[in-house]
Design a protein around this ligand. Sequence first.
Ligand code: UT7
Length: 397
Amino acid sequence: MALSRNVHITGWGSYAPPRVVTNEELARIVPTTDAWIRERTGIEERRIADDHDFTSTMATRAGRRALRVAGLDPGRLDLVIVASLTPDYLMPNTASLVQDALGASHAAAFDLNAACSGFIVGIAVASGLIRSGVYDSVLVVGSESLSRVTNWTDRGTCVLFGDGAGAVVLQASDQPGGVLTTAMGSDGSGGDLLSVHLGTRIPVYSQALSAGENYIKMNGPEVFRFATRIMSQAARQVVEAAGLTMADIDLIVPHQANNRILQVAAKQLSFPQERIYSNLARYGNTSSASVPLALVDAINDGRLRAGDRMVMVGFGGGLTWAACLVEWSYSPEDRQWSRWHRSVQWSRYRLAGAKSWLNRADRWLASMEDRLRRRDHERANDAAGSRKRKLPWSARR
Ligand code: UT7
């Protein structure tokens, strides 16, 4: 009998830049107060990337931590997916930068942008590829540098967002459980409710950029209405698709946008508020990074035990939404590796990094060799030409 191919989260990791910005600090640059931000959102502080942290470098740190927990050599990864609305560049894609930095030399890599739903869309895509036998091991990362597209003079948005990254390793297994069901949706008619108009429709030399088109813009109350409706709807959809009810669910790990959204969703789902995980107070809204940052914190807080059923749900720009139901397979202590194992892993990460450096060196040597060959060829041609010029004209053919 063929074994069923299930998809398990075998590794997890997150990274938040060290610079903490409190509500009080923001109150010094825009007309706001700590009390307003806490009461209306639940946010107390957020992390902001410094000059050395970028979407790709934060993703790499989170990814490396996830690989370490999974005990997986980066060379055995088949695919790296980076969900982000703030990529380092339009090209190269951020996932390829991460694939190289990790030394995941056999992995394909692509970026995915579904705003705050991106990480769960990544899980849905990766699960499909694993379940159908295309790949065995996939790294899914959500990483954002939202501070770089934030208008720091707009109190309506700048108090909400932060930077960071989170990642999971998904692997094929014949053990029951893991990712049970996924759901995704989109309503592009609401695209203008939450936007960053930075792309080829507005050329880089356009006046529109100096007019602030490149910043996050949001119709807060409209997005709030959408979020409260869709969060409970998407969560219910993945639970019912598995033939379960909300009473079978132990924990919801939602996109961290506003604690009031979580309160409304708890009521709509008749689900205990204390079983909807929130770390919004510490990180603010980090878009595609928010669900994996919350997942890792929930695991570290001991909120997930082997056998628990957990729903992750995201919603945001696009408008988009996505949810997945996971039967959790591991307790953190199952993923504690011996010191010997960790040092072998460390050496393998170093080797993987060295391989990437060797690839670059090899490419440089190949291009040098090519250039020298062309120069030798040109010199030989010049020499032949001058020899010909010395011959009587009838011999110059
Ligand atoms: O990640 C994607 C999904 N995003 C979301 O789900 C976010 C959904 N939206 C929200 O969370 C909320 O709508 C916000 C937190 C963005 C805004 O809260 P709100 O209660 O909807 O406020 P509002 O936009 O209706 O504004 C109410 C008042 C306004 O003043 P007036 O016009 O009533 O005098 C705003 O100017 O609050 C004012 N205000 C502020 N006051 C102090 C807006 N921002 C601030 C601020 N500090 N930072």
